[in-house]
Design a protein around this ligand. Sequence first.
Ligand SMILES: Cc1cc2nc3c(=O)[nH]c(=O)nc-3n(C[C@H](O)[C@H](O)[C@H](O)COP(=O)(O)OP(=O)(O)OC[C@H]3O[C@@H](n4cnc5c(N)ncnc54)[C@H](O)[C@@H]3O)c2cc1C
Ligand SMILES: Cc1cc2nc3c(=O)[nH]c(=O)nc-3n(C[C@H](O)[C@H](O)[C@H](O)COP(=O)(O)O)c2cc1C
Ligand code: SF4
Length: 641
Amino acid sequence: MIRKYPYLCSPIQIGNVTLRNRMASAPTGGTDMTPEGGIGRRSTAFFELKAKGGASVVTVSEVVVHPETDASPNFHLDAVTPGLLGGFAYTADAVRRHGAIASLELSHGGRYGALRSNTPKYGPSPEKLPGEPEVYELSTGQISDIVAAYGQVAGLAKRAGYEMLMLHGGHGWLINQFLTERHNKRADAYGGSLEKRCRFALEVIESVRAAVGPGFPIEFRISAKESIDGGYGLDTAVEISKIIEPYIDMLHVSAGSHHIGFTITHPSAFTGHGPNVYLAEEIKKHVKIPVATVGALGDPAKMEEIVASGRADVIYMARSLIADPYFPRKIAENRDEDIVTCLRCFSCNFERGKTSTRRCALNPMIGREIEGFEVQPAAKPRKVMVAGGGPGGMEAALTAAQRGHETILCEKKDRLGGIMNCEEGVPFKEAMFKYPKTMERLLRAEGVDIRLNTTVTADYAEKENADVLICAIGSDEIVPPLPGIDGANVVRVQDKYARRAEIGQSVAILGGGIAGCEAALCLADEGKTVSIVEMRDDLAVDANELYRDALLSRLDGRVEIKSGCTATRVGPDGLYYTAPGSGEELLKADTVILAAGQRARSFDASALLDAAPRVFLIGDCVTAKDITTAVYQGYHAALDV
Ligand SMILES: Cc1cc2nc3c(=O)[nH]c(=O)nc-3n(C[C@H](O)[C@H](O)[C@H](O)COP(=O)(O)OP(=O)(O)OC[C@H]3O[C@@H](n4cnc5c(N)ncnc54)[C@H](O)[C@@H]3O)c2cc1C
Ligand SMILES: Cc1cc2nc3c(=O)[nH]c(=O)nc-3n(C[C@H](O)[C@H](O)[C@H](O)COP(=O)(O)O)c2cc1C
Ligand code: SF4
């Protein structure tokens, strides 16, 4: 067979193991732990799914090596706590039985270990920053203990069946703290010159090597630029790489530091594809060992080019393999067009922080791998009609068809996608706009009868005589009853692409929720003068805080913001509003964008409640919310048929 992506599918030797392809699963862990800090069964199943999906390496993460000085809420591994070693062994086995290499990530949080707990924080040097806990300097005795602990855990990992180890030397954790002058102010053998700042990393590697023996692959994750005040850049990262190269088997090039939050370590939707590739490429020029890269990688053609051109040897993916764990297998089978592309919406990271569980906006199985929710053939195939072709309806129809039900998907408009279609032309929502196209391919492949330009009414559904109706008819925009709101100068946020020719140079946006802020950014990027009027005191308050931070930092200083203000009317000259305690004022604008939120189509949905023997209501037509909810409810309605 001729593979479409021969470089991505080619094996590579790392130490004494062979990776079956160049697509590896980056660490995505610290979730679903047993009370002792062991790997929970859902986590094992989560990592197993990546192996089943074809990844060459599955990195199980992340293990706190020295709990005495690091209270990070991550996995623990020791030989004495009952259940710990066995749990790790079962997980390694679950990965290996699908032909993937099981790798374990070892880490120490240092000054950022368990920031929210009141345990003492240790780092290379003492520090007290406003609003942060005090950091105590590690003594040389404590350093020796931590170095020894790395070796002990590495030995246990090998005993448990791991065939590779990743040492986390980036993202602002302890090894990185020693590497950077920003945090390492020591005057002893561990600080000062770059060689001395590398000493801790080298001792850790040496300790691990002594435990696992020659040839056992040790991978070192490095931030190739920290992007923090006083931090190091690529030149220093190259020097660090050269110093540690002789002792490791692969460099894993990431970027950023938790010192400044998440958006460089976890590139947001506002970043282009593979922002760290140029860093890997530069480091690769200076070392002989294989170099991996990570960060916002998910476009198969671009990934192939990265490996083919030798800019990096291995591509690691975290979120792309959460959204679609079968990504590598689809690449191998030349089915790249069936890959569900990650939205980089941060729902997964947010859920981890909020509830310590896993969830993905597009993949309802994530975090629920052992609940018995896999798609199974239905005992009795039925006729299922789905009303509404948004994300909820598409997911419901796909799942119903995969279970063997005769499935009809009706969409009122001339294309599938629902609200997602309003992201046309928005660069940072490209994946969201692409999603319905992927789903349409999958729906057609499952034989779903897709009926566009078809509005489901009670009569229509009854005539079709379906056993089940899944109603996914979405929401309507909220139109505040303001004078002038029907004017020709008012454009619904959902129509900003379709009516782009009518949008003038100056724009006032009525509503500073997620949709309003995204529209503001998009229009500001096009060079327009943009202002927002928002009733609440803050913008995008319904967004998860990681996405919100990324979005608002892009808006910062580029858009005039009137929060805590109420729009009063639209005039030919712009949007009028009142601020607390003052009279009506005008935001001059050629165009007003209406982004006042969505309201469930409950009335239309209730008219369909008796249109079939069994009726499910899902997604925005129940409560206008988000894609995660619509997809999850769509999937489960179809499982319940
Ligand atoms: C501008 C904007 C940006 C957004 N961005 C995000 C985001 O980044 N992340 C996120 O999680 N959420 C986002 N949301 C919310 C998200 O889009 C919705 O929660 C999600 O689309 C709901 O999916 P759904 O399938 O329930 O409804 P919809 O996407 O609204 O789809 C409903 C579909 O049903 C069709 N329909 C209606 N009546 C009938 C009928 N009687 N018969 C047949 N078809 C019918 C409609 O034409 C539509 O295609 C955004 C919302 C807006 C307005
Ligand atoms: C849910 C989630 C959990 C993560 N957990 C870890 C972790 O435990 N250790 C780690 O080094 N990186 C972790 N990361 C970071 C990823 O390994 C990766 O560096 C980052 O997400 C960028 O890659 P991506 O764009 O392919 O997602 C996590 C990422 C996500 C999305
Ligand atoms: S939750 Fe969002 S960012 Fe995370 S994997 Fe799923 S689609 Fe990607």
